[in-house]
Design a protein around this ligand. Structure first.
Ligand code: ADP
Length: 395
C-alpha cells in the first residue's frame, strides 16, 4: 500500500491528510491550530469521528511530533515506515520551480531564497518541511508550489506595464496562486468532458479568490498577481486597485506604507465595503435583511467575477466549461446564480434547480447552454499526494 501524507503548514496551524494512494482514499485528516499557545487545538478524524483535544502546543516541533505519534496511537497506521512520502504545500516557487520537486538541501536553499516574494508564507512552509525531515529522516519529502501551475503563462500575460528592469532585477511579474486547486478542478473537468484540450474557466471563490483560464493542462492567465492581493474582491483583500490610491491615502490619512498594506490585505474586500464581515454567509444574511452595504459588497464581488470570466472567454476563443470551487463557489447558490445570470448574453444558461446543491460535484447549466457550468469541490491535498506518487513512489 502506498500511503502518502499531505501537509499544509501555516503560521499557527498545520493541516494534514493521509491518503492511501492505491485508491486515493483518505485514511485520516486533521489540523493543529493555535500552535504556540497554551490552548492549542488538535483535531484528528478517526473512523469518521472527529477527536478534539485542547492542550499546550508550544512550537512547531511539538505540533509535528503530536501529529506523527497520533497516527500510530489511533492505529491509523502501525508503523511510520508505511508512509512512503510527504508532500508539502509551499506558497511561492517563483520562476525557479515550474513543477513539484523532491526536497534536498539545494531545494531548501532555493525556497529560502524566495522568502522575499512571500515573507508571510515561505518561511513557515520551510519550517514545517524541516520539522518533518528531522523527525522522520527516512521518509522522502516533496514540495508542491501554489505558483508552479501558472508558470505556463506567456510574457504578455505575466508582465506588468512597468519598467522592464523591475522584472529583471526584482522579479516583479504575475505569478498567480491557488495553482493546486486550479490544477485539480481543471483535471476533473477534462475528465468529465472527456476532452484533453478543453478550455476551462475556473472560479476559486473562498476567503481568497481567483479566476483562472486553462487550456488543456496549461494555465493561460489568472487574476492573482505578484501577490495574492490582486484580481477579485476577496474576504478581506481589495483585489485590483489603482496603485496611485496608495500614496494618496498615505498622505491624506497620515498612514505608513505598512499600515496601508495591512488595510488592503486585512480590512478591504467584502469586509471593507460592507463594514460588517468578510464571511460571504454574513453578507448574504445582510442582503436578505436589506443591508445596502452588503448588497454593494456583493455587487462589486460579482461584477469582477463576471468581468474576468468574460475576458477569459474571449482569451480562450470560447470556453468549453466554467467551474466553481472553494467555500463560496461550492456552497453559495446565490453567488453562482448572480454570476451566471449576468453571462446570458454569451448564451450561458443556468439550471436553477441543479444549482440548488451545496458542496457536491454537479452540472448546473441547461442542456442548451453555450458553455457547460459545473460545481467541482476542490481537493488540493490529493494533487499534492499525486505529485509525491509521481516523483517518489513511481521512480
Ligand atoms: P479559504 O480556504 O480561502 O480560507 P474557503 O474556501 O474555506 O476559504 O471559503 C471560505 C468562504 O466560504 C467564506 O466566505 C464562507 O462564508 C464561504 N462559505 C462557506 N459555506 C458557505 C455557504 N453555505 N454559503 C455561502 N458561503 C459559504
Amino acid at each position: 500500500m502506498s500511503k502518502v501524507l499531505s501537509v499544509n503548514a501555516g503560521s499557527s496551524s498545520l493541516k494534514f491528510k493521509l491518503f492511501d494512494m492505491s485508491n486515493e482514499v483518505i485514511l485520516t485528516e486533521g489540523i493543529v491550530e493555535r500552535i504556540g499557545s497554551d490552548e492549542a487545538m488538535f483535531t484528528i478524524k478517526v473512523k469518521q469521528e472527529k477527536i478534539k483535544k485542547i492542550m499546550a502546543i508550544k512550537n512547531y516541533e511539538l505540533a509535528v511530533s503530536l501529529l506523527i505519534n497520533s497516527l500510530t496511537h489511533h492505529e491509523i497506521i502501525y508503523d511510520l515506515d508505511e508512509i512512503k512520502g510527504i508532500g508539502h504545500r509551499v506558497v511561492h516557487g517563483g520562476e525557479t520551480f515550474k513543477g513539484s520537486v523532491i526536497i534536498n538541501d539545494d531545494v531548501i536553499k532555493q525556497i529560502g531564497d524566495l522568502n522575499d516574494l512571500a515573507p508571510l508564507h515561505n518561511p513557515v512552509n520551510l519550517m514545517g518541511i524541516k520539522q518533518f525531515m528531522s523527525l522522520l529522516p527516512n521518509i522522502p519529502n516533496v514540495a508542491v508550489f501554489d505558483t508552479s501551475f501558472h508558470q505556463t503563462m506567456t510574457e504578455d500575460a505575466y508582465l506588468y506595464g512597468v519598467p522592464y528592469e523591475w522584472y529583471e532585477l526584482y522579479g516583479v511579474r504575475k505569478y498567480g496562486f491557488h495553482g493546486t486547486s486550479h490544477k485539480y478542478v481543471s483535471t476533473r473537468v477534462r475528465q468529465i468532458l472527456n476532452k484533453d484540450d478543453a478550455k476551462i474557466i475556473i472560479c476559486h471563490l473562498g476567503n481568497g479568490a481567483s479566476v483562472c483560464a486553462v487550456h488543456g493542462e496549461k494555465s493561460i492567465d489568472t487574476t492573482m498577481g505578484f501577490t495574492p492581493l490582486a484580481g477579485l474582491l476577496m474576504g478581506t483583500r481589495c483585489g485590483d486597485v489603482d496603485a496611485a490610491i496608495i500614496p494618496y491615502v498615505m498622505t491624506k490619512a497620515n498612514k505608513t506604507l505598512n499600515e496601508i498594506e495591512a488595510d488592503l490585505n486585512k480590512k478591504s474586500g467584502l469586509l471593507g465595503v460592507s463594514g460588517l464581515s468578510n464571511d460571504s454567509r454574513d453578507i448574504e444574511d445582510g442582503i436578505n435583511g436589506g443591508n445596502k452595504r452588503c448588497r454593494l459588497a456583493q455587487d462589486i464581488f460579482i461584477r469582477r467575477i463576471v468581468s474576468y470570466i468574460s475576458s477569459y472567454h474571449v482569451l480562450l476563443d470560447g470556453a468549453d466549461a466554467i467551474a466553481f470551487t472553494a467555500g463560496i463557489g461550492e456552497n453559495s447558490t446565490r453567488v453562482r446564480e448572480e454570476v451566471l445570470s449576468k453571462l446570458s448574453v454569451l448564451g450561458i444558461k443556468i439550471d436553477h434547480e441543479a444549482n440548488k446543491v451545496r458542496g457536491s460535484e454537479q452540472l448546473i447549466s441547461t442542456s442548451d447552454s453555450s458553455v457547460k457550468c459545473f460545481i467541482i469541490p476542490t481537493n488540493e491535498e490529493v494533487i499534492i499526494a499525486r505529485d509525491v506518487v509521481k516523483l517518489i513512489i513511481k521512480n
